[in-house]
Design a protein around this ligand. Structure first.
Ligand code: NAD
Ligand code: UGA
Length: 461
């Protein structure tokens, strides 16, 4: 089998990053054999089935085109390591929940297990590529583990962080703004880096492939997420000022974003950012800064997460205040549980925090979402009988006092709000945590509207 392909590429960790990234590499590089392995057998079974384990627009087509030809999903990690020339490691690197650095530092246990397993199973030299997001200088630890045993085997450890966003992963991978590959600046490091560059050069223009040293590459990934999340926290801070001053955050964002030095993206005020990475990566960097004694830098970066927490809580408190300071026994419909549109992923979704807070206020919840209900049920599994899950939004709103729009699904922009109004208890409220629905129209129908960062439209006098 091996000699049929120019190279054997392996990816350890078949999740939101490993799956789409390897599917695109396989699709664009038929000359390589691409294998994904995972300790989660159920996940691998789903990758091999008609229903893939993650929802991502366009992913099914890319996977189906390559699967069984040069793209394989397997649970045989040991043999796959043995066969591989290049190993991408895309395991999860969550925030540590125990011991030193709990709640801040990256939990590197999955990462280290992988390093040890690579060492144990390897019989030939390999290039190891960090695809996971890792603290700066992690490659050094990987090198030390890998070079602790074999005298004769060589492992080059490279950094090739992933910048895809969920919901647009396939497009981001097909047309990346840049691909970053960091290596040691030794002959062997540079030669290994060239091999990774050669993979991407099959479809990414050369000028978009950046060669770097390892530490800058590792750090750049964290810094990109700091910049993106900082913009969101800034506009969310401004949304609070807008609510006090009757300014409109959408107009402010537009006026500010038209300055080409600032740019228009990532200026949508919201209930706060979610997703598995922004918070984790900022906290990881905060922890690193503290370790280096850079306390002012740590505090500055930490404020991005604190502002995000404040924004989620502010949304709940606004709901409470608008609904006459009590939510007890009221039925609230949540439109959207995913952390953003076009994904079923709910990791760190602001909807989790908001739902739990509403339950604390003794509201009854109906959660609706086109793709995330399976995850939502798990996220709220401890919450007992006060939560229902109904996919059809028209059914979900029946008998509700309020709707909270928490995910910016297109679906919610085009619903028949007249029909919805008729099914709800009056006075009916909409809290638009994403500013996506037509506020004036819904107000004219009879709703009391509470957007983010704009004056509310109410019939309450
Ligand atoms: P994920 O949890 O979806 O996938 C990780 C997979 O690794 C899981 O399926 C898990 O079972 C598997 N795994 C863990 N330990 C293993 C081991 N020892 N051997 C084999 N498999 C193992 O995570 P993800 O969202 O794909 O993120 C992976 C990394 O990529 C993280 O470091 C994350 O910060 C980074 N990242 C994520 C995104 C994103 O959009 N999700 C984007 C860029 C970077
Ligand atoms: C983000 C980055 O965009 C990716 O480049 C990066 O690779 C990834 O994190 C990662 O490292 O995991 P992702 O979290 O998938 O991608 O999605 P984003 O589109 O960035 O959205 C993150 C959160 O910010 C969502 O909750 C979204 O609703 C929110 N957001 C985004 C806003 O509230 N306002 C905006 O203007 C933009």
């Amino acid at each position: 089998m091996k000699k049929d392909f120019k190279k054997n590429i392996l990816c350890i960790g078949a999740g939101y990053v490993g799956g789409p990234t390897m599917a695109v590499i396989a699709h664009k590089c038929p000359q390589y054999k691409v294998t994904l392995v995972d300790v989660n057998h159920e996940r691998i079974r789903e990758w091999n089935s008609d229903r893939l384990p993650i929802y991502e627009p366009g992913l099914d087509d890319v996977v189906m085109a390559a699967r069984g030809k040069n793209l394989f999903f397997s649970t045989d990690i040991e043999n796959s390591i043995r066969e591989a020339d290049i190993i991408f490691v895309s395991v999860n690197t969550p925030t540590k929940t125990f011991g030193v650095g709990a709640g801040m530092a990256a939990d590197l246990q999955y990462w280290e297990k992988t390093a040890r397993q690579i060492l144990e199973c390897s019989e030939s030299p390999k290039i190891i590529v960090e695809k996971s997001t890792l603290p700066v200088r992690t490659a050094l630890a990987m090198e030390r583990i890998l070079n602790s045993d074999h005298d004769s085997l060589r492992f080059d450890v490279l950094s090739n962080p992933e910048f895809l966003a969920e919901g647009t992963a396939v497009n981001d991978l097909l047309h990346p703004d840049r691909v970053l590959v960091g290596s040691r600046l030794t002959d062997s490091g540079i030669a290994a880096r060239q091999q990774i560059v050669d993979i991407y050069a099959n479809w990414v223009p050369r000028e978009k492939i950046l060669a770097s040293d390892v530490w800058s590459s590792e750090l750049s990934k964290l810094v990109a997420n700091v910049f993106l999340s900082q913009r969101i926290s800034t506009i969310n801070a401004i949304s609070a000022i807008c609510e006090k001053t009757e300014a409109d955050v959408t107009r402010v964002a537009r006026a500010v974003g038209m300055d080409h030095r600032i740019g228009a993206k990532y200026l949508n005020a919201s209930i706060g950012f979610g997703g598995s990475c922004f918070k984790k990566d900022i906290l990881n960097l905060v922890y690193i800064c503290k370790n280096y004694g850079l306390n002012e830098v740590a505090d500055y970066l930490h404020s991005v997460v604190k502002m995000n927490d404040y924004q989620k809580e502010r949304f709940v408190e606004n709901m409470l205040q608008a609904m006459f300071n009590t939510l007890a026994g009221k039925r609230i419909c949540i439109f959207g549980f995913a952390f953003k549109a076009d994904t079923g992923d709910t990791r760190e979704s602001p909807a989790i925090y908001i739902a739990k807070r509403l339950l604390e206020e003794q509201a009854d919840l109906v959660v609706s979402d086109p793709k995330a209900l399976r995850n939502a049920k798990e996220d709220l599994s401890d919450e007992g009988g006060h939560v229902e899950f109904i996919e059809d939004p028209y059914q979900a709103v029946s008998g509700c006092h309020a709707i909270a729009v928490l995910t910016e699904w297109d679906l919610y922009k085009s619903l028949d709000y007249q029909k919805i109004f008729q099914k709800m208890i009056k006075p009916a409220f909409i809290f638009d945590g994403r500013n996506i629905i037509d506020h004036q129209r819904c107000f004219d129908i009879g709703f009391n509207i509470y957007p983010i960062g704009k004056p509310p439209l109410t019939h309450l006098g």
